[in-house]
Write a protein that binds this ligand. Structure first.
Ligand code: SF4
Length: 324
């Protein structure tokens, strides 16, 4: 039997190339090796009280992107978190075994408190327990993560150990599978690529929109003139070209250092390669967008399949905790 993978995608609307390189491509590749459970985590979106009026549309757009990227509902369980209500029950039960001190030391909690001081809600503190519940409800063995999410996974493993110690061996300790492209920096060259920072390129963007965005990207800040030698190690365009054109990267590195190529030409080449790489995905997305009833059926079928696993886990947990 294949090991089981769980991963969640936050429904922030259309996915961007950071999501695609950091997660989406791996999701597609893992379908042939693992028993995959992929979830659009709508409850997580509530922890920061984002504009919930857009939530349904955001879920739909994210699912369209994932299907267009190659997630196959015949191979993987693809569903929306809140469509399987067992998650709420496991979340409550795991809250009882998680010391508050563990949650208060999580770096992302501290960061969210800094960013949203007016909304430090109970759900925000418990966010890592909800995330752990997602993984444990489906008894996942493996979780694909970026380096920034490792503390969350470590916390999930601590909760597993504590639960298993108290109530007997129930959950596997989930292992991290670090993505090949751990952190995709945005076009500003500073922060992680993110929709909220506007430093992203949507997967579904047109070729023209993509080119316009790439041409605005920050490159090596020390390179003022075309004749200045470049420093590809500090240039985000270089990192992106490394992904989209790995076969050209050795030559590009040398040309950049010797100022044989200018940043404008380099960015134009990057835009062309992104557009080439995403052309098939974008065409599939247009086809899928014309079949909304199919996309909705994927969500319904996925939730049914996920719920079968969830019910079994929850029955076992409640029995071990003395509730049934
Ligand atoms: Fe970056 Fe390319 Fe400019 Fe070199 S030539 S600094 S890799 S954009």
């Amino acid at each position: 039997m294949n090991k089981r993978v769980f991963s969640g995608v936050r429904p922030t609307g259309r996915l961007h190339i950071g999501n695609y390189l950091g997660a989406g491509k791996n999701y597609v590749a893992m379908q042939n090796e693992y028993d995959c459970v992929y979830c659009i985590v709508d409850l997580h979106a509530l922890t920061t009280l984002e504009d919930t009026g857009k939530l349904q549309n955001n879920i739909y757009e994210a699912l369209l992107d994932l299907l267009a990227a190659g997630l196959d509902p015949q191979k993987s369980v693809i569903f929306v978190q809140s469509h399987v209500p067992e998650i709420n029950e496991l979340f409550a039960l795991l809250s009882m075994v998680t010391p508050l001190s563990w949650l208060l030391r999580v770096p992302t909690f501290k960061e969210k408190v800094r960013l949203h001081p007016q909304n430090v809600n109970y759900g925000l503190v418990g966010y890592p327990v909800l995330m752990t519940s997602d993984i444990l409800l489906y008894k996942a063995d493996v979780v694909p993560v970026g380096e920034d999410q490792l503390p969350h996974l470590e916390l999930a493993r601590e909760i597993v150990r504590r639960f298993n110690e108290h109530f007997g061996e129930t959950f596997p300790e989930p292992q991290a599978k670090l993505t090949n492209f751990p952190l995709v920096v945005g076009l500003d060259g500073k922060d992680k690529m993110s929709k909220s920072l506007g430093n992203h390129i949507e997967l579904a963007a047109t070729a023209e929109e993509t080119t316009k965005k790439v041409m605005s990207a920050v490159t090596d800040p020390a390179r003022k003139l075309r004749s200045d030698p470049g420093h590809p190690e500090v240039c985000n365009v270089f990192k992106l070209r490394k992904h989209f054109e790995p076969e050209l990267i050795t030559q590009l590195e040398a040309d950049c250092r010797e100022a044989k190529i200018g940043c404008v030409d380099c960015k134009r080449a990057l835009a062309d390669s992104i557009n080439r790489d995403l052309a098939a995905l974008r065409a599939r997305r247009v086809e899928l967008a014309a079949k909304p009833e199919y996309v909705h059926q994927v969500m319904v079928d996925g939730a049914k399949r996920a719920q079968i696993i969830a019910r079994q886990t929850l029955d076992e947990v409640k029995s071990k905790m003395g509730l049934i």
